[in-house]
Design a protein around this ligand. Structure first.
Ligand code: SF4
Length: 615
């Protein structure tokens, strides 16, 4: 419960519902029974953070420990931050209203690089020293997990300990160790030395980085007995893995305001730009029985009348039809709708469509990613134009008339012909609508073609690739715009400047740490939002700190260069990634993991489809 001083500020901010706590299913414990207090911080707004599945899972799971109380903290929007600063009040956790500075462990989930300045801002608002070396005691241990940890080097100076991979087990193991060390009066160094021995724990202070004169990394040397390479953690049995039967239900609208069920982890596809597709290998499915039960429990405990079946590519779920048959037995009479947020072009089956439309019909989104077959083959997006057209025709016959197509600009080997291909594909979808006699009469078609900027990411086959410069990107965006001829097509694109900053931090090293601190000092925050982001300010910071953004974003790296994230082991071999990169340039596709194993290395974990196939 928030205190009266904080409550007095709420009448002056845009959305007070973000800051009050006390929502249905939020967990409140008696402080006198608690030995370890954990502030789970999401470095973005309440609406974004409350929609995040990982936070829902870990919040519930950490609270299963009686000695531990995990509370939620979100980045305050600019108005609330100003109010807190003016009143001299600290950032607080929603369940107790206590200052984040009172907590033993302060945990961040890092979903995208543009949130890094928010991490600094939240620590400052909590009155917690920003740098790991300035926090000398065990109290206020700052930890972080999430996909950005796969190259955590730009924020290595801020964080005491990172979690690699999936957090369900390793978070608890670290909390148990923390409890023991707190009781015994161990020092921070003693705790970190022991924690570094747990699989999936990365303690950045225990690695020395040396650089060549040309600025590339020369060596990464572990100290304190830390492993040379830190291996990720993952859950092998998804049916037995913890899943909450309750979600906190917000008072205000959030980005994804519905029950969410994770049907599987990983992705069989291996699209060469997709970091998640490699970080979460191998694919591990839940059984329809478990998915069905968990969905029903969640709808009952939250009152939601919509449940979303989530994964990186839900139409690849092998049991999708039996699952929907099961779920419709209760969802139909209870008027609960089922949504599949991530459909593949080639996975859109009429039977599935029939089942979801019995309850609700919404707009459809597909991600062909590239405008020509050649480029789709380069990126290993194993989708053909025929499949896309077949799918949209099916959708039009089924009553859909709004289609959104996602693409990327700046992919390796891209030419202006590929850019024109985006507009052409959009046009073919429009033409297919009007050629379809079964279309909904009296209704026009709306096709959005949305293009984001390609960002080369660590642990993918394109991790060595340069990003297009801003000028190249802008030229391509304009070319796409001018190639669109129909007013039924709505072309959209992402701002190239935010993509540049994202690319710098995605493949950055520790020398970006001082620039990040300086950016924070000069007021950079909420970089993922138009209201917060200032490209000019970032460029000035880089200039003043002697950082050349092009060195990180626009430089092609050689296969033998030591990469800043080489000591992060996600189970995928570098030899496989190099081979995949070469196949991209040879315009050769690679079969998906169900068709054939390509020996990426993930079979070493002894689970998922790789293991099931072999045993
Ligand atoms: S080991 Fe084979 S099947 Fe498993 S994720 Fe890698 S390529 Fe796919």
């Amino acid at each position: 419960m928030i205190n009266q001083e904080t409550e007095a500020l709420l009448s002056r901010v845009q959305k007070p519902g973000r800051y009050v706590g006390g929502e249905l299913n939020s967990i409140v414990k008696d402080k006198k029974d608690i030995e370890v207090r954990f502030a789970f911080c999401f470095p973005d707004t309440y609406e974004v953070g409350m929609s995040h599945l990982g936070m829902k899972i870990l919040y519930s799971q950490l609270n299963t420990r009686d000695y531990l109380w995990c509370e939620r903290v979100f980045a305050p929007w600019l108005d609330m931050e100003a109010e807190l600063r003016n009143a001299g009040l600290p950032l607080y956790a929603l369940e107790s209203g206590d200052s984040v500075g009172d907590f033993d462990i302060i945990g961040f989930t890092l979903q995208y690089e543009l949130c890094y300045t928010n991490v600094l801002n939240m620590l400052e608002l909590a009155g917690v020293p920003l740098l790991s070396r300035e926090r000398t005691g065990l109290k206020n241990l700052v930890v972080a997990g999430g996909p950005c940890v796969c190259n955590a080097e730009p924020i290595a100076d801020l964080i005491d300990l990172f979690f690699l991979g999936e957090g369900e087990e390793v978070d608890l193991e670290v909390c148990d160790l923390y409890r023991e060390c707190k009781k015994s009066g161990a020092t921070k160094e003693e705790f970190l030395t022991r924690a570094a021995q747990i699989q999936g724990v990365y303690v950045p202070a225990f690695y020395n980085i040396a650089y060549h004169d040309d600025g590339t990394v020369k060596s990464i040397t572990p100290t304190h007995g830390a492993p040379a390479r830190v291996k990720k953690r993952l859950m092998l049995n998804m049916d037995a893995s913890f899943y909450p039967d309750k979600f906190v239900v917000p008072y205000i609208d959030i980005v994804h305001d519905r029950a969410v069920e994770e049907v599987f982890r990983g992705c069989i596809r291996g699209c060469r730009f997709c970091q998640a597709g490699f970080l979460y290998r191998p694919v591990r499915e839940k059984s329809p029985k478990v998915v069905d039960r968990q969905c029903h429990d969640l709808c009952e405990s939250t009152g939601y009348d919509e449940v979303s079946l989530s994964s990186l590519s839900t139409s690849d779920y092998t049991q999708i039809n039996p699952l929907l048959d099961r779920m419709l037995l209760w969802s139909k009479p209870e008027k609960t709708s089922i949504s599949l947020p991530s459909l593949r072009v080639d996975g859109f089956q009429p039977q599935v469509m029939d089942k979801i439309k019995t309850v609700r019909r919404s707009g459809l989104t597909f991600a062909p990613e590239a405008g020509t077959q050649r480029l789709r083959d380069v990126i290993n997006k194993n989708v053909t134009e025929e499949e896309l057209m077949k799918t949209v025709k099916t959708a039009f016959s089924g009553g859909w008339s709004t289609i959104k197509l996602y693409f990327m600009l700046g992919l390796p080997t891209e030419t202006m012909e590929d850019v024109e291909g985006i507009a052409q594909l959009g046009q073919e979808v429009v033409d297919a609508y009007y050629a379809n006699p079964e279309r909904r009469k009296g209704k026009g078609v709306k096709v959005t073609v949305s293009a984001s900027a390609f960002i080369p990411k660590p642990h993918t086959p394109f991790q060595w690739e340069p990003q297009d410069t801003m000028e190249q990107m802008k030229e391509k965006q304009m070319h796409m715009l001018h190639s669109v001829k129909s007013h039924k097509i709505n072309p959209m694109w992402h701002d190239a400047s935010t993509s540049l900053i994202e690319a710098v931090f995605a493949r950055g090293d520790r020398r970006l740490g001082p620039a990040l601190l300086e950016a924070h000092r000069r007021g950079c925050k909420m970089d993922g939002w138009e209201d917060g982001f200032s490209f000019e300010r970032w460029l000035q910071v880089f200039h003043d700190c002697g950082i050349d953004p092009a060195f990180y974003a626009n430089r092609r790296r050689s296969f033998d260069e030591v990469l800043p994230w080489d000591h992060m082991d996600y189970g995928i071999s570098k030899a496989f990634l190099i081979e995949e990169c070469k196949r991209a340039y040879a315009v050769k596709t690679t079969p998906n993991c169900r068709q054939a194993c390509s020996n990426c290395g993930a079979a070493q974990f002894g689970g998922g489809i790789c293991y099931e196939k072999r045993h």
